[in-house]
Ligand binder design. Structure first.
Ligand code: ATP
Ligand code: MG
Length: 425
């Protein structure tokens, strides 16, 4: 089930097709510095977008030159760089007929998998460790650009974790030579990661020519469409329950992971004995309660020990945040509110910079493409403000006289119509 993100999908597909056209001109300078970065808070839908991109590129009749997507994540990429390069070669070698066959044999027709999935594993079978090219230069010697059958999108997910492998020279070198298209190979790098992914890419030496795209909430209409699509998919008749379903969608704020929780909660009710997949048998108050519980657990998981240690400080920063002031504004707020009191201190061993990055990493904050910083999930912000803001503490600080701008109800489904009533309404 996939909703929205059409502009992002189109832009990525276009860039992949364009990679091939540029490589046909044999001017490799046209291929350089075209890396795409997809960034967003945990649960924004980055992995889902990559999977959908694979589906999108691999659908159709596998024409010559049709882009192919090779999915990996940063851990696999940095631990097995040579294996990924070998897969890249094997994928690029497949002629259109073999590629078609490969797609057919993969039931889902998708090369997505966190571990070597159907496509990844089948590509490994073509080469033993001894025969593998050790770097992109060797790959280009063995298979120069003019012998590639199609362009390849190399999608590296969870890119924020690449820092663990950055001490290995081959990791950085491989990323740089693909980004710079040093050997003129038709590869488009697509890196997906948390809000700090663009900064991490910069640290890996991919400094110029990055196109960054932040993803966040889906549009209200898209969220509604997803819930209706879910009903269709499972043969559930929405007639007479439209308003209730739309409320369930609206309640998620369009945040993809919340949508997932909402549908999970609804599904839990629908499979209850006696309900038989009929919406009329659903106890909506139970759905809402379960939905709320799933969301709360998620927020609790998103709070690192460091965030718990500095919960008042976070609350004050989240409350006072001015999106237009960017990261500098966040750091200023941290400095302003930080003091040597429990809850107001910086986490042990972290400086202001690191704490600001940590908040981005945990999905509490996100940099947007205009250099601003926002709270990507409104209700997560409320959760953090409520959790961390003891009124007396705030009042104790003389520079902070403002009232609490917290929407207390944001996580409470306190609509009286949620109370159980005959017929499940
Ligand atoms: N466009 C979408 N349409 C429908 N559901 C979506 C969409 N994007 C994400 N989801 C759902 O939201 C949930 C979170 O998505 P996903 O795992 O892709 O997020 P992520 O950004 O990769 O998170 P993380 O940073 O934790 O890896 C999943 O259950 C997924 O099915
Ligand atoms: Mg993911």
């Amino acid at each position: 089930m996939f909703a929205g993100r059409q502009a992002e999908l189109e832009a990525l597909s276009h860039a992949a097709v364009d990679t091939w056209q540029r490589s046909l001109t044999k001017d490799s300078s046209h291929l350089s510095k075209r890396t795409r970065i997809i960034h967003g808070a945990p649960g924004a839908g980055k992995s889902t977008l990559l999977r959908e991109l694979a589906r999108h590129l691999h659908s159709g009749s596998a024409e010559p030159g049709q882009p192919r997507l090779l999915y990996t994540n940063s851990a696999e990429f940095s631990q097995n760089t040579d294996k990924i390069i070998a897969r890249l070669e094997n994928l690029a070698r497949l002629d259109a007929d073999s590629w078609k066959g490969r797609l057919k044999s993969i039931a889902s027709r998708v090369s997505y998998s966190a571990n070597p999935g159907p496509l990844g594993a089948s590509l490994d079978a073509d080469s033993s460790a001894l025969e593998r090219p050790r770097n992109i230069g060797e790959l280009a010697d063995r298979l120069p650009a003019d012998r590639w059958q199609a362009p390849v999108v190399l999608a590296i997910d969870e890119f924020q974790n690449i820092t663990d492998g950055m001490h290995m020279p081959e990791v950085k070198l491989t990323l740089q030579s693909l980004h710079e298209a040093v050997h003129g190979l038709p590869v488009l790098l697509v890196l997906a990661g948390l809000g700090n992914a663009p900064a991490i890419a910069g640290g890996a030496g991919l400094t110029r020519g990055l196109t960054t795209t932040g993803i966040g909430c889906l549009e209200a209409e898209e969220a509604r469409g997803l819930v209706r699509g879910w009903c269709r998919h499972f043969g559930v008749d929405p007639a007479g329950h439209g308003e209730r379903l739309d409320r369930l969608a609206a309640d998620t704020e369009g945040w993809p992971r919340h949508l997932h929780f909402a549908l999970q909660a609804l599904a839990g009710e629908m499979v209850r004995p006696g309900v038989d997949g009929q919406l009329s048998g659903v106890r909506w108050s139970v759905v809402m309660e379960r939905n709320l519980e799933l969301r709360r657990n998620y927020y609790n998981r998103q709070q690192s020990p460091e965030m718990r240690m500095s919960s008042y400080l976070i609350a004050a920063v989240m409350r006072d945040l001015d999106p237009d002031e960017g990261l500098i504004g966040v750091e200023r707020l941290i400095r302003k509110h930080n003091c040597n009191e429990p809850g107001w201190r910086l986490p042990t061993g972290m400086d202001v910079d690191e704490f600001a990055s940590h908040l981005i990493h945990q999905g509490a904050l996100q940099e947007n493409d205009k250099g601003g910083v926002v709270c990507p999930i409104p209700s997560f912000r409320s959760f953090l403000v409520e959790r961390g803001e003891p009124v007396p503490e705030i009042e104790r600080k003389p520079s902070e006289p403002e009232p609490r701008p917290v929407d207390k109800d944001i996580l409470n489904y306190d609509d009286p119509s949620d109370l159980p009533s005959p017929g499940g309404w």
